[in-house]
Each structure stands twice: as structure tokens, then as C-alpha cells.
Design a protein around this ligand. Structure first.
Ligand SMILES: [Zn+2]
Length: 253
């Protein structure tokens, strides 16, 4: 159906004359007549007002040119399942299960995938198939695209904070840190000699740490090594290739 027929149908279903509809929308009767003749299409503001008045989505008013799917869970959207803003306006991006009262329901993609597996798997579509399908589909939807960017921003903020904390330690001879690199524990897991003569390592081989290596401001053979994560900051000095390491500082965060 085209917009002109849709408006005509919705208007008559509500028992309104062209005049009455025009009055509700603060437009002229001629404007309504032009829409219903197909001469013009209501502007965005008026479409919004029509959407509110008739309680249908703008997509429906326009003759459903877009095949709407929820940008969080991928469910095809109809007027009965489209989410709404707190003021009652349609939010045509999401279904009412993923977005309600101004809040998003899901912040974990794996949690949502399991919900989908529960609801969608049947005799023809096994749980494994649903899971595989959703793992392919969901990351392409706007909500999760935005979400992963958000995650990256948080990561950068955390790294910046860590750099600040390290510089505030004002370790003698160690230059200012500009950045940190992500390295696996097995690349930076130096063996330190304990006072009793034994040797020990402090890091998990498989965990990723924020690291950097800096030359001593006073010159010399030894350089500074930094290893940090959510829980601690560790600074040491060592000779080339991590030989003869000595702990300078270990600070819990
Ligand atoms: Zn949804």
C-alpha cells in the first residue's frame, strides 16, 4: 500500500473527516487532500504526528519501504513489536524486548545469543545452528557495532589512566611513559632472584599485560621495564634481553 491509501484508511478507521485530521495536525484541509491524492507526502514532523495519532510506525505510514529488524536481536519488526521511547514515540531501531523505558536490555552479546537459542531452536533449527547463525548476525547489527566501539573507548581510557598512575610514581631515572603495549605474560615473565637465593616469576603466561620498556635517563646498561594490569603495577630494571632483573616497585591498584 502507498502512503496516500494508508493515510486515507487510517483516517476513516478513526472516523475523522479531512478537516478534523487537518485540525489535529495544524495543517490545512488541502494538505490532507494532497496527501490522499498522492500529490505530496507529509514532512518528517507531520509523519511523526501522524504516527502518534494513529499509533503506527513511520515505516508503516510510508508503505513499509524498509524491512525493519531489531538492531540488537535481529527480530523482524512490526508495529506491535517495535520499541517505544518513554514518551510513547516509536523507536524503530529496536524491538520492545531489547529496548524499553529508555533502557537497553542486553549488554552481553553471549547472553543474548543464549536467549535466542532458547526461543528459536526447534526441530528444524538445532540449538547449535541457531547459535552459529546468531554469532554471525548479531555483530553486524548497529547496537553491537556501537557496543564494541564503546568497549574500545573504555579500553583506551583505562590505558590512559594507567599511564598517568605510572608517571605519578616518579621513579628516579625512569623517563615519562607515553603509552603502553599489550603483551602476553610469557613475553615479559622475568625470573627474579629472591633474598634466599631462589628464583620466582610473578606473571601468568597466558594473561595479557600492559607493558613498556624505557631507557634509563642516566644512561648505563640497564633499562626499565613496566608491566601492569587491572590489579597492579610492576617496575623493574634489567640488562639487555631481560638479564639480571631487579624489582624496583610493585604497587597494588
Ligand atoms: Zn530485539
Amino acid at each position: 500500500m502507498e502512503t496516500k491509501d494508508i493515510i486515507l484508511e487510517l483516517r476513516t478507521k478513526k472516523g475523522l473527516s479531512q478537516d478534523e485530521l487537518a485540525e489535529k495536525l495544524y495543517v490545512t484541509r488541502q494538505a490532507v487532500s494532497r496527501w490522499e491524492n498522492g500529490d505530496t507526502i507529509p514532512n518528517t514532523e507531520t509523519l511523526k504526528a501522524l504516527s502518534n495519532l494513529f499509533d503506527v510506525s513511520i515505516n508503516t505510514l510510508l508503505g513499509s519501504p524498509r524491512k525493519l529488524i531489531c538492531q540488537c536481536c535481529g527480530m523482524p519488526l512490526e508495529d506491535s513489536t517495535i520499541s517505544r521511547e518513554i514518551n510513547g514515540d516509536f523507536n524503530e531501531e529496536y524491538c520492545k524486548y531489547c529496548y524499553a523505558d529508555g533502557n537497553y536490555r542486553y549488554d552481553n552479546i553471549d547472553e543474548l545469543i543464549e536467549v535466542c537459542v532458547k526461543h528459536m531452536s526447534n526441530e528444524e533449527f538445532s540449538p547449535e545452528e541457531v547459535r552459529k547463525y546468531m554469532k554471525g548476525l548479531l555483530p553486524q547489527l548497529n547496537y553491537w557495532k556501537k557496543y564494541s566501539q564503546l568497549g574500545e573507548n573504555e579500553f583506551c581510557n583505562f590505558k590512559r589512566k594507567l599511564v598517568e598512575e605510572i608517571n605519578e610514581l616518579k621513579i628516579e631515572g625512569m623517563p615519562k611513559v607515553d603509552t603502553l603495549y599489550s603483551l602476553e605474560g610469557n613475553k615479559v615473565n622475568l625470573e627474579y632472584r629472591l633474598p634466599n637465593g631462589q628464583y620466582t616469576k610473578f606473571l601468568n603466561e597466558n594473561e595479557t599485560y600492559f607493558c613498556n620498556q624505557l631507557e634509563c635517563e642516566f644512561g648505563g646498561e640497564r633499562c626499565f621495564g613496566i608491566v601492569a594490569n587491572m590489579d597492579f603495577i610492576l617496575v623493574s630494571t634489567y640488562e639487555e634481553n631481560g638479564i639480571n632483573p631487579e624489582l624496583v616497585l610493585y604497587k597494588k591498584r
